[in-house]
Write a protein that binds this ligand. Sequence first.
Ligand code: DP6
Length: 345
Amino acid sequence: TVYRASTTAPVNIAVVKYWGKRDAKLNLPTNSSISVTLSQADLRTLTTASCSTIFTSDSLTLNGEDSDISGARTQACFRELRARRAALEEKDASLPKLAALPLKIVSENNFPTAAGLASSAAGFAALVQAIANLYQLPDSPSELSKFARQGSGSACRSLFGGYVAWRMGEKEDGSDSLADLVAPASHWPSMRALILVASAAKKGVSSSSGMQQTVASSGLFQERIKTIVPANMDLMEDAIKNHDFEKFAEVTMRDSNSFHACCADTYPPIYYMNDTSRAAVRAVEAINAKAGKTIAAYTFDAGPNCVVYYLDENKDAVLGGFADALKAVSGFEQGAVAAVAGVID
Ligand code: DP6
């Protein structure tokens, strides 16, 4: 028999960024973060998990290629999920003994892997959810988020749809470092994200290594985790609860700028944004200036690609503004992929 379960996991884009680990082994962060889960059909990972006596060992393929599963992150996810299944099997002897069987994971991304498009988030969220489905685990998304977190920090937020917080927690064992729902997508259904791909190339400095360098060398970062992020978390949760787009936008842009300032303050400095990214910032500023209020917000992860949040009622002004502004920008002209996403549960 081959036991099998499939799932898809969406991408999430943070509006208050996770950057920094206090424990690299358990992937425990130096600060809490908030993200929005995107619905775009082209931004998701599809994963099938199966297990059977006919498989000889655990395996994982990503986009048709064999992937190394010996890494501590993947191993941690496998181990935790197997332990949960084993506990169920111990309680109920009628359950098939799946925990002992080799796992075969097949994953497909339909967006550029590691180009700063949060692919590890969707990837590990899908991996954990697919195995949880295969094992029929009764755990809540928050419980599962602790397993996904050990695969990739940002992945814990992709276990939920809508507006999601990752609470950093305080405990050394990480048992209180998990994701929870700030609001479902239906709470603010007119939120949209415009995704501008400045470069689909693999990024230079991975988030994991970049954030470790920042923690080790940036003085500005200490200020970020002590005062800036806690304040942004409060402001952002209020903005979401009150549908206050201007506040949501300001905090999103300031938090992205603060994160990239910490990257620049890392020694040696890390630059994820490029000239094309900066042109997108100027385009958003021009759109907001023309509207006479803030109707668009940019944010950048560990790469040059830009995500612009806006409300559907302003789509003509935002998309039109970008079409005009980006005609003058070479990076987006050549092979730029622009996609619009909503928020999904
Ligand atoms: C800039 O989750 O990729 O996108 O935990 O080492 O896998 P690891 O890092 P990762 O970092 C994401 C950083 C970010 C901000 C964010 O998504 O909050």
